[in-house]
Design a binder for this molecule. Sequence first.
Ligand code: ATP
Ligand code: MG
Length: 328
Amino acid sequence: MPDSLNRPADTKATGNAPAAAVEIKDLRKTYRGTPKSPPKEALKGISLTIPRGSIYGLLGPNGAGKSTTINILAGLVNKTSGKASIWGIDIDEQPRSARAAIGVVPQELNLDPFFTPREILDLQAGLYGVPKSERQTDALLEAVGLKDKANAYARTLSGGMRRRLMVAKAMVHAPPVLVLDEPTAGVDVELRQSLWAHVRELNKAGTTIVLTTHYLEEAQELCDTIAIVNHGQVVACESTEKLLGRIDSKEMVVTLDADLTEVPEAFRGFDAKLDGPRRLAIHYKPSQTRVADLLGAMAAAGLAVKDLSMVESDLEDVFLEMTRAPAA
Ligand SMILES: Nc1ncnc2c1ncn2[C@@H]1O[C@H](COP(=O)(O)OP(=O)(O)OP(=O)(O)O)[C@@H](O)[C@H]1O
Ligand SMILES: [Mg+2]
């Protein structure tokens, strides 16, 4: 067993906290090949600056390199080249302190089935050198909704409960940076909401959160900044709002109070189609057309609008567009 990790003195979100919680520069990783498989260049130069205090989403299709990036930060995978620092601490120069500044919930669940949640948290706290008087075992169990399971064998927990226990385990040393690799995979809708709420609370209390997810809705809902990774490279990295604004496409659906047989003349120039005799769906580019213009054209064509709804593009549209490109 490794000796206790040293907790950096300035890991609280106040004081001389760095502007960037995590800084990654030109990170590269090539997994060695085996007689049966060729080497794999999983990261081809990833650079990311994760601001302190953010909820940062790392998105990308299967095999994009998300877990590899996270596992390098966690000290579980050796990088081939590049630089990374956590809370201002270089992972090569001070690996132990860097590791103490981060809590990682890995994608793969690895809990000892014969320990109870309380024992698991206590062991982990011991490993990180957290003195008994500073341990937050009960508060953590409460926070992840496992207080009533504190003394049950881990093997008797459901998959979602195990994942929540992993979150608590990653938090025992109160790291300023918490990394969640697919935190809600296999977690039901209700518990997912409660995990999100917990993540938001941690973030409010000053913890920087980095998460990967395949639920784009989760990223859109939770993250203030999103990086999209594809084939080991960052293909987009900006605020969630900006990213969503990138897609210059909206849809207006109007319900008319009379039947139509074809798309009215005034809308032939648009990507418009009849969606039933009284529903007209019009795709347009917000950068070129205003809703007022569309409504004006309706009125001019003598169409009476009974109801109207707008369909916004979402992260899924952005994601698909950014990751559609084949491997370079
Ligand atoms: N230990 C390993 N040995 C060899 N190749 C690996 C190893 N771990 C990952 N890879 C390869 O590196 C690439 C990136 O994998 P990684 O696990 O980082 O992807 P990911 O973005 O986390 O994907 P997912 O969404 O499926 O979790 C993949 O092609 C994968 O097969
Ligand atoms: Mg992964």
